[in-house]
Design a protein around this ligand. Sequence first.
Ligand SMILES: [Fe+2]
Length: 297
Amino acid sequence: MSQFLGVGIMYNPSLQGFFDTYGDAIDYVEVIPDVFLTDNGVGHPNRFALSAGSHEKLCDLSARWPLVAHYVGFSLGTAGYFDQEYLANMVKFQDIYKFKWNSEHLSFSKVHDEEVGEYAVCLALPLPFDGEVLEMFAEKTKKIQAALNTDFLIENNVYFVHIEDEDYLEGVFLKELSEKGNCGMLLDLHNVHANATNFGFDRKQFLDSLDLTSVQEIHIAGGNVIGGMYLDSHSGPCNDEVWELLDYVVPKCPNLRGVTYEFHESYFDKLGNDGILAQINHAREICNKYIKSEVCL
Ligand SMILES: [Fe+2]
C-alpha cells in the first residue's frame, strides 16, 4: 500500500487564521498553482509569471506541510492541441516545490484556434465519454506522467447536462482512462453526489463501477441548490451523503494517499476556524477506522 499522507485542505487565502490556530490538525496542503501565477499567453517569453509574494507563500506552506498540486488550467480535454508550455511549467514547479503528487480534471476550459490562438471559457466543461475522447485524453496523460517524477491523477468532473449516445458509462470510461493513460484517479465524492442528485443515479453503484485501486486522493466538499440544480459550489460543510460515501469508499481504496477538504474562500464566514476543524476531524475519524495509524505520518 502507498503511504497514506492523511487529511489535507485545499489552500485559499482565508485559511491564515486556521493555519495559525489549528495548523497541526492537517497533514498536507493542496494548492492550485494556477492561482499563484499570471498566464501571459501561448508563446509569450515569460508565459507563466509568479504573482508578487507567491513564491514566498508557497515556500512558507511547504516549510510546514507536504504540498500537493491541483491544476485547473491545462484544459486536457481541448481537442487537437497539447499545451507543451503548460507541461514545461508544471515540471518546473515540481522541481521547485516538490509536490507529493499532481492532478488535473477530466474536462476542458479552452478551445484552440491555429490562427487566433486560445479562447478560455473559464469553466471546467465536461467531455463526452466517447472512444475518441478516451484515446485523445489518455495520450496526453501518458505524456504528462512521463514528464513528472510524481504520480499524476485525473479528477472526475461534475456535469449539468446529459450527453446522449455516449460510448461508455462514466465509471467504465474512468477505469479505461487509468489503464490507457497511465494515470491515477482523484475521486471527488462531492462531484459524484452532485451528478447523482441532478441525474438520479445510485451513488454507491457508481463507486462500485470504478477501479478503486487507481484512487490515490479523495476530495470532499459541500454544495447547494441554485435554480433547481445542485451545484459543486464548495459552499461550506460536507453534507451527510458525502460523509456516508467517504465511509463507504475509504476501505475499498487500497492505494489512497490523502483525503482533501475543499471550500471556497467566500464561504469562510459560514464555517469559521472551528467549523473547518470539525470537517478535518470528521474526515480523520473515518480514515482512522480503516487505515492503520502506523502508515500515517
Ligand atoms: Fe474537487
